[in-house]
Design a protein around this ligand. Sequence first.
Ligand code: FAD
Length: 271
Amino acid sequence: MAEQFDVVIVGGGQAALAASYFLRRTGLTYVILDNGAQAGGAWVHGWDSLHLFSPASCSSLPGWPMPDTPEGSYPTRDEVLDYLHRYEARYTPPIRRPVTVGRVERAGGKFLNIRTNAGDFLSRAVIGATGTWSAPFIPDVAGHEFFGGTQIHSAHYQIPAPFAGRRVLVVGGGNSGAQILAEVSLLANATWVTLQDPVFLPDDVDGRVLFERATARPGQRRRHADRRLWRYRHGAARTGRPGARCLPRGAPVRAHDGYGRRLARRTGRSH
Ligand SMILES: Cc1cc2nc3c(=O)[nH]c(=O)nc-3n(C[C@H](O)[C@H](O)[C@H](O)COP(=O)(O)OP(=O)(O)OC[C@H]3O[C@@H](n4cnc5c(N)ncnc54)[C@H](O)[C@@H]3O)c2cc1C
C-alpha cells in the first residue's frame, strides 16, 4: 500500500529545505525524497574552491541565518555544506535518503503517483526541487570521438592541478565558467568562450548589492547602484576575487541594476 501525503518534495537540496520550512507551518503532511546520500544537494559535488557569490547574510535559508564569514569573503563549499547539514539537524525535515524518484504519474482522483526505487507514494501535489547538477548538459560536438584530450562538465570538475601546463578551453559564461577559468588560467593556457560578451559587474557589486536593490524601495534603487558604480570608476573596487582576475585588460565593462537594465558600458578599463 503506497504511503499518502498532501505534498511530496522531490530533491533534498536548499530549495527543498526552504519549501519544507514553510510547509511545516501549514499542517499539511509531506515528505522529501532525495537521492543524495547526505545533506547538501549540489554542494556535495562542487569543486574544491567553489564558493557562493553572495555573502552569508544574503544566502540564509528561512528561519536560521547562515553564519557570517570574514568581511570581504564569501562562504566556501564546505561552509555551505556545514550550514546545510546543521540546518537539517536543527529542523529535522522529513527527508528520506537515498530515494530516487523515477516518474510522477496521474493516479485516480486528486492524487499523483510518485514512483521511486523505494516504492510508490501518493500525493495531492509534487514540488520539483531536483536542481540542475545531476543532469549536466554535455554538448555533442561533431568529431568529438577523434578528440584525444579530456572533456569534462563543471559538475565533474574538482581542482585545477590536472590541467597544469595544458591548453584548456572553458566554455560558458556563468558563475561556474568564471570561477573555473579564474583558477585554471593560473596554471594552464586557458581560453574562455561564451555565447555573449560576459557581463562583468564592478568588483564590489555582488549578490549583496543585487539583493539590496531587489528589496529596496523604487526611488532608492538607482541611487544605490549609481553609488557603487561611482566607487568602481574611481578605483575603490576591491581586487583579488575571481571576477576581478577574469576581467581582461581593455574588456568592455557593463553594469546592470539587478533587473537587467544597463547602467553603463565602457571600454578601456584596466585591472
Ligand atoms: C559557481 C556557483 C556559485 C553559486 N553561487 C550562489 C550564490 O551565491 N547564491 C545562491 O543562492 N546560489 C548560488 N549558486 C547556485 C546554487 O548552488 C544552486 O542554485 C543550488 O544548489 C540549487 O539548489 P536546489 O535545492 O535547487 O538543487 P540542488 O542543490 O541541486 O539539490 C537537488 C537535490 O535533488 C536530488 N535529486 C535530483 N534528481 C532527483 C530524483 N529524480 N529523485 C530524488 N532526488 C533527486 C539531488 O541529488 C540533490 O540532492 C551557485 C552555483 C555555482 C555553480
